[in-house]
Write a protein that binds this ligand. Structure first.
Ligand SMILES: [Zn+2]
Length: 188
């Protein structure tokens, strides 16, 4: 059981930019390195600030025989409906859907997806999403030959305090590791 950790963007591709924490590319690389320390035997698909396309990332995941890739991203824009963490799986399967749901339940309360008005509704998390504005996320998900779950850690403009908090980051990494262990079995 091998987990691939894919910090999105990097190199010339900076991702989104938020005043409070800078580039998405830098942010998810730091988070990916923390997650790497928490998940035994996991593989970082992008280790440095380098330009990498999705084919290269999939090649590294394949050569390391990854069973699941967790792709880390952040939203720049202020969530108009949601804030907090969202997981995407497309087209998804039972395991990736279960993993996304589990991460949403186990993640630190500061990052639990909530509608902006604070009222929790039945389905705060978007998964197996088909909306056109998620085309970019889908293109990431399609490029991997193994299971892949894309995690958008939060909306930078509203969630930056929680996203930058090292304690919250650590608890998020523990939650991701625990959820993967539950759904995919223990890591080697
Ligand atoms: Zn991104």
């Amino acid at each position: 059981m091998i987990v691939g950790i894919d910090p999105g963007h990097g190199g010339v591709n900076r991702g989104c930019w938020v005043r409070e924490f800078g580039d998405e590319a830098d942010y998810v690389l730091k988070l990916g390195r923390r997650l790497r320390e928490v998940i035994p035997g996991s593989v970082l698909l992008r280790q440095y600030d380098q330009t990498m396309d999705l084919y290269q990332r999939n090649e590294i995941a394949t050569s390391n025989e990854c069973d699941i890739v967790v792709s880390l991203h952040a939203n720049a824009v202020e969530g108009d409906v949601l804030h907090g963490l969202s997981c995407f799986s497309f087209p998804g399967n039972e395991r990736t859907l279960a993993l996304g749901k589990r991460i949403n339940i186990l993640c630190p309360p500061e990052l639990v997806a909530k509608p902006r008005d604070g009222v929790l509704r039945a389905k705060p998390m978007v998964i197996a999403d088909k909306t056109p504005w998620k085309a970019r996320a889908r293109s990431v998900l399609r490029h991997f030959g193994c299971d892949v779950l894309l995690i958008e850690v939060g909306f930078g403009a509203v969630d930056f305090a929680a996203m930058l908090d090292l304690g919250v980051q650590y608890r998020l990494c523990l939650a991701i590791n625990k959820a993967i262990g539950e759904i995919y079995g223990q890591q080697d």
